[in-house]
Each structure stands twice: as C-alpha cells, then as structure tokens.
Ligand binder design. Structure first.
Ligand SMILES: Cc1cc2nc3c(=O)[nH]c(=O)nc-3n(C[C@H](O)[C@H](O)[C@H](O)COP(=O)(O)OP(=O)(O)OC[C@H]3O[C@@H](n4cnc5c(N)ncnc54)[C@H](O)[C@@H]3O)c2cc1C
Length: 531
C-alpha cells in the first residue's frame, strides 16, 4: 500500500480546512485531501455572510447575548466570548488572503442584519459570500508551496495507534481511497485536522451539497472520539420544492419584504401561531410547516409574494427569481412551493477551544466540530465565523509543536476483495433514499418517542447489512459514504432519544417542554475503545 508521510494532514477543503492549512504551512508540510473537486463544499454555497462585531453601534456583549439567546441554555459562554472577541481579527485575515467583501461608499465593510442579531454585523460578499471565500482561500493555497492538495481522495477511516513516548492513543493520519484508481493509500501525519463539514444529506430535503454525509463524525466516533449534541439539526423553513438534491434556499429576506406563507388551500399558515406571523423564528416556522404537511398530507406550502411589487421582486431577489423561472415558476405572478430543509448541524465531534478532540493528535474544526458555541440552536452566520476562529486556535497550537514522526498506527480497517456485484449501486442508492426518508419522517423537525425508536431499529438493520458488505468488498466511495451516513444518523437518533425534553432545535411531542433539571447539559456519546 502506498504511504505518504507529512507533518499535517487536513481532511476537507472548505473554509475550516483551507484556513487551517494556510496557517500551519511553512513550519509544517501540509497535505489536504478532499473527496471530490477542491471547491465542492458547503462553504461554496453559503449566502448570507459572517457575523462579527464591526459596526460603530455594536459591542461584543451584544453579539454574545444574541448567540446565547439562540442557544437555549446550552452554549458554552466562555467559548462564545472567545468566538466574538476573535471575530474582527479573523475577518481582517480573510481580507488579507484576498476575500473581497461588499463595501459601502467610502470603503467601509457593508454590514447586513439577520434574524436573531440585535445589530447589523453580517459581513458579506453580495448573496454569494461562500463562493468568494472559497475562491480566495483556494487561490492562496495554490500559491503556497508547502501545501499539497489531493482531489478525489476520500478518507475512509482514521489511523490510531499507541504513542510510544506517552503510551496514549494518538491519531497518526488516515486511510484514504483514491477514487480515480480505486487504490487505498495511507497518509501518515503528526497532526490530523478533520474539516469534513456537516451531514444535511441524511435528510430527504436539504440545502447541503452532496459531500455533506457525516464522514467526519462517523470516522471520529469509530476511532473512539466523543461526539456531542448531534440531535440539534437546524432546518431552514423555506427551500424551493422539490428540495431533493441541493435545494435552492428562499431567503428570509423575501418574508422580510412582505411575502406570506399559506397552506395550499390559501389559508395563512402562521395566523394565530406567532405574533410575528410569517417572520417568526426559523425553528417555529419550520415546525409549523412540518406539522401542517404531516396533518394534511400536502407535499409543500406556498410562499405568496403578491404583497411585493413585481418590479421589487426582480430587482431585490435576482438569484431566487432566476432559479425559480428556470424551473417554470414566475414568482412575480405565482406563489413559490416551499418545504423546510436540513441546513446545519449544531453538533459534531467534541472539541475544546483549541480544536482538540478527545483523541491526541486529532483536531476538528468547522461544521464537523462541536465547540459548544451553538448550544441547542445556531445563530445565523455564526458558523463561518466559528470555522475560522477555531481553525486559527488549532493552528497556533500545531505551530508550537510540529510533529514530523507519527507514532505507529494500527492496521487499516479491513476491507474485502470482492468487486461490487451488478446490483450493488442500485441497492446502495435505494438504501440511502430509504434512510433520508426515514430520518425526515422520524428524526426531523417534529419527533416522538415512537418515531425515534422506529428510526433506531431500522438504522441498526441498515448498519448490519452495510458493515457486512463493507467487510467483504473492495473499497468503493459510494459504500464508504453510505456507511458513514448510517453511522452518523444513528448517532443523531441516539442523541435525540436520550433528550426527553424539547429545547432549541430538538422538538418532541412526547416531551414538549424544557426540563432544565435533567437536561441542561450536553449530549455526549463516546465509543469506548478496548485498552
Ligand atoms: C446553502 C447554504 C447557505 C449557508 N449560508 C451560511 C451563511 O450565510 N453564513 C454562515 O455562517 N453559514 C452558512 N452556511 C453554513 C456554512 O456554509 C457551513 O457551516 C460551513 O461552510 C462549513 O465549512 P466547513 O469547512 O466546516 O465544511 P465544508 O465547507 O462543507 O467543507 C467540507 C470539506 O470536506 C470534504 N470532505 C468531506 N468528507 C470527506 C472525506 N471523507 N474525505 C475527504 N474529504 C472530505 C468535502 O469534500 C469538503 O471539501 C450555509 C450552508 C449552506 C448549505
């Protein structure tokens, strides 16, 4: 088997992985592996922007307060304070790397405002912020001779062994599949940064690109790392229906301009539900839509833009207008069919404020990580910020201690010799689709004890089948992803079953209230490794 030796291995080429790579390169040799093309990431699709305290009328305490209010009691206040404090410096660094944010006349950064923020503090690049960040970071990475990027390389599992100097278990890199050749390759590294993003693809409707299948959470859990707060999945209330594949987001700003949510029969959806009507918070709107769809069996609800003048619709929402028109919907005249869609994972691999997981040598940052910042619900535009702040902190530690020689790693996970049978692809696709439906129906926006139990039962059966195939067959990227999607979904469901209350993004009809006495704490799951 081919072995690559490096100082630092980064898995993932979104904002977390690339900004970390840029910071450690130089003192360290860095390899970035990414499972598709280098720009394939959620980062590339982020629209709104990055929150930071920059405006004259803003103060760190206010950003902290807004973040804690969204998090429903579970944010780690000290970590949030650090996030907010470091924000402006990280924005300046992105600009130094070449990111061109929108400016006002006079050259000041233009600041947007989003739901839950008490001040204007969203730094953005029009409505394609993520694409601009990804472009600039990739250009900076390409110009850095200390960083090598391997596209079409999917990490299959982490390599963990005993560090002879300390006797502790230490991550020593990863086993990676080269998708182009089908060859398994070992990347050995003194430090491994997991920056693999989220898992929106575990749900039937999602805004996430197809890379978001929970690889990082599953690999870290199998290696023995603790995972945290996975039940808190944020659903965006309005994605264009049908939202299979990567859904088009219909921004909150459309409701901000006056659009109204209605049932298919025309009845206003939010009337009598919330004083803010269609502009209620994301979780309330998403839950109301989900309950309506379940009760009535409708496939979607309508977003009625008739209160907005046609000329304003075209000028103010050119991207949404064009995307809908391409699908045959003229939003100047017709309502938009919308459904809620899985959008962001608040939970992930547990880390401290320096990106360290519970396994030595293994770091995590970005959406795959759970730092304690988001608690039970994420404040809009805090996720890109979290990714750069904690990548930076992790990088500082690594620069202090570049480790060139990895400790010996355990042999890679077993994979078999059989080639896939002719039906394998269809079978895996069907299993993936069944999982997405199951998660949507049973572990989505509105949950219950019975639904979650059913989900766990079926996921365990899927896991048994898939692990048998994985052990018997030659490595195949489709099977690698399916295996991880099942593992991560199972962890989401187990976390949700443990939390017998409703808080933030986790809502269950059997326990509809907050229970601070028993559940004012994080949900932590750890697979104990044999000593
Ligand atoms: C439509 C949309 C709009 C959003 N808008 C905003 C916004 O306005 N503001 C905000 O703060 N957040 C927003 N978010 C969330 C934000 O974009 C993400 O949380 C953030 O970009 C995650 O960055 P990341 O680097 O952690 O992961 P990603 O950007 O998803 O990158 C993950 C990388 O890991 C790679 N990878 C995954 N598994 C493997 C593997 N096994 N082997 C090798 N490589 C692997 C992927 O290919 C990819 O390169 C939005 C998200 C979406 C989907």
């Amino acid at each position: 088997m081919t072995v690559h030796e490096t100082d630092v291995l980064v898995i993932g080429s979104g904002i977390a992985g690339l900004s970390f790579a840029l910071k450690v390169a130089g003192p360290a040799r860095v390899v970035v592996v990414t499972k598709k093309q280098r720009a394939d990431s959620s980062t590339n699709w982020a629209q709104g922007g990055i929150a930071a305290v920059i405006g004259d009328d803003d103060r760190p305490e206010l950003h902290v307060r807004d973040t804690l209010a969204a998090g429903a009691g579970l944010c780690h206040a000290d970590v949030v304070a650090g996030l907010v404090r470091d924000g402006p410096a990280r924005i300046r660094e992105l600009i130094d790397w070449g990111v061109r944010f929108s400016e006002e006349a006079g050259g000041r950064l233009s600041l947007g405002r989003e739901g839950g923020h008490s001040r204007r503090r969203i730094v953005h690049a029009a409505d394609r912020t993520g694409r601009e960040i990804e472009r600039a970071l990739l250009a900076a990475v390409e110009a850095d001779p200390a960083i090598e990027v391997f596209e079409d390389h999917i990490a299959v599992d982490l390599l963990v062994g005993e560090d002879p100097s300390t006797g502790e278990r230490r991550c020593a890199g990863a086993l990676v599949l080269d998708r182009r050749t089908g060859e398994l390759v070992r990347f050995h590294a003194g430090w491994t940064m997991l920056a693999t993003g989220g898992f929106g693809r575990a749900y039937r409707h999602t805004t996430n690109p197809d890379i978001a299948v929970g690889d990082g959470v599953a690999m870290a859990y199998r290696a023995g790392a603790a995972v945290m707060n996975l039940e808190f999945v944020q659903f965006h209330p309005t994605a264009l229906y049908p939202a299979e594949g990567r859904a088009v987001l219909i921004s909150e700003a459309v409701r901000g301009e006056g659009a109204v949510l209605r049932r298919i029969d025309g009845k206003p959806l939010m009337e009598g539900v919330h004083p803010l009507g269609s502009l209620a918070t994301r979780d309330v709107v998403a839950r109301t839509i989900a309950m309506t769809l379940r009760e009535r069996g409708d496939p979607y609800v309508h977003l009625d833009l008739s209160p907005i003048p046609a000329e304003t619709v075209e000028r103010r929402f050119p991207y949404i207008f064009a995307e809908c028109l391409e699908r045959g919907i003229d939003i100047r005249r017709e309502p938009i069919p919308v459904v809620p869609a899985a959008h962001y994972a608040c939970g992930g691999v547990r880390t401290d404020e320096f990106g360290r997981t519970t396994i030595a040598g293994l770091l995590a940052a970005g959406e795959v990580a759970c730092t304690g910042v988001h608690g039970a619900n994420r404040l809009a535009s805090n996720s890109l910020l979290e990714a750069v702040v904690f990548s930076h902190r992790a990088a500082e530690r690594v620069r202090e201690e570049v480790r060139a020689t990895p400790c010996p790693a355990e042999p890679p996970c077993p994979t078999g010799r059989q080639g896939p049978d002719p039906e394998a692809g269809t079978r895996w696709e069907a299993r993936g689709a069944a999982l997405r439906d199951l998660m949507w129906e049973c572990a989505g926006i509105v949950r219950s004890d019975e639904l979650l139990a059913r989900a766990e039962h079926r996921l365990r059966a899927m896991k048994r089948e898939t692990e048998l195939e994985f052990a018997a067959m030659l490595p195949d990227a489709r099977l690698v992803e399916l295996r991880n999607l099942i593992e991560t979904s199972l962890l989401v469901v187990r976390s949700a079953r443990w939390r017998r209350e409703s808080r933030g993004l986790h809502y269950t009809i059997d326990h509809p209230y907050r229970d601070n006495e028993r559940y004012l704490r994080d949900t932590v799951i750890e697979r104990r490794q044999d000593p």
